[in-house]
Design a protein around this ligand. Structure first.
Ligand code: SF4
Ligand code: SF4
Length: 169
């Protein structure tokens, strides 16, 4: 029969030696490997007391950004939702009313904005698609939870705190 690959090795059918019969060399070899690992740097960390440093390109929980004056940057253009391969983003747009210029930067804003974190794959496409620098992925790990509903992040959960409110405190 024609061989599919040349990786097949013939089985060694030589009679086993005295050393192989008493297993001691094999046990000593195994122990030497184990002892050698005791003195090597550990590959594990004692999480959560100890935290592993993240890669500089780590992408964590999303944040909806504000401008320097504390106004919401998002203009509900929907580009992030279109770019999202997981279809995790939904929003509802609303028009800014006279007198709301201090709240919303553009004439249109997101009245509702939701991300389903159970769908999200943290690819960062939403951040790249946004023309207003309104959304970015932070270095915060998404907290775990027991309910599905708690993974639907609403605008209130995503919006960065208004710096003006901090100054007022
Ligand atoms: S990080 Fe990727 S998957 Fe998650 S919401 Fe943004 S575009 Fe969608
Ligand atoms: S976050 Fe950016 S891309 Fe998404 S709707 Fe708002 S302005 Fe548009």
């Amino acid at each position: 029969m024609e061989k599919l690959t040349n990786r097949a090795a013939p089985v060694n059918r030589d009679p086993i030696t005295f050393g192989e019969k008493i297993y001691l060399p094999a046990i000593a070899k195994g122990l030497s490997i184990t002892i050698g690992h005791i003195f090597k740097k550990k590959a594990t960390v004692s999480y959560p007391e100890e935290k592993r440093p993240f890669s500089p390109v780590f992408r964590g929980l999303h944040i909806l950004n504000r401008d320097e004056e504390g106004r919401e940057r998002c203009t509900a253009c929907g580009l992030c939702a279109v770019a999202c391969p997981a279809e995790a983003i939904t929003m509802e747009a609303a028009e800014r009313k006279p007198g709301e210029e201090h709240l919303y930067r553009e004439e249109k804003y997101a009245a509702k904005y939701e991300i389903n974190m159970l769908r999200c794959i943290f690819c960062g496409y939403c951040e790249e698609a946004c023309p207003k620098d309104a959304i970015y992925l932070s270095e915060t790990i998404m907290p775990t939870n027991y309910t599905r509903a708690s993974f639907i992040y609403k605008k209130e959960d995503l919006l960065i705190p208004d710096p003006k409110n901090k100054e007022a405190k």
